[in-house]
Design a protein around this ligand. Sequence first.
Ligand code: HEC
Length: 150
Amino acid sequence: MESSALPSPPGLKGPAPERQPAVAAGRARSGLLHSLLVGALLLALSLLLLFWGLPAWGANDPVVLQRGGKLFANHCAGCHVNGGNVIRRNKTLRLQDLLREGVKGPAEVARIAAQGKGQMSGYEKVLGEGGADAVGAWVWRQAELGWPRR
Ligand code: HEC
């Protein structure tokens, strides 16, 4: 009677053997979380390098830009002379028009060059491999510079 009312001594109470596996599980879980976190970080980093490095490379490489400029003269300038648009006057390749139309960078220009948009057809075949990216990089650079006359 009396002994059941007494608090049991700490050593006999069970929390200790129970707590230990809980701590171990907690440690294992935080270890898993840690490696997941590191994995996610590495993945994010490589994706960043992949998607950020490529356009940056294309946009800055003088060889790519030169090729883009030539392709533009041959395949785009007929309608987009000096970055304008002889068919749809408000859909020029000037930065403010591009941004208004949701064209946010060289990759998007490259996509339009290859696949077309609205009244404009795509030029993927005539631009050749990497051509759309090159012309996209060149057009974007011109837009950033305000289409200086050369
Ligand atoms: C035959 C005429 C023609 C040629 C050639 C042409 N485009 Fe276009 N382009 C257009 C027209 C028309 C539009 C407007 C499309 C629409 O939204 O209906 C347009 C739109 C665009 C846009 C979006 C501009 C904006 O403000 O919305 C980009 C970028 C573009 N052209 C890039 C190019 C590139 C790069 C080339 C060369 C590979 C090219 N175009 C060749 C007629 C042409």
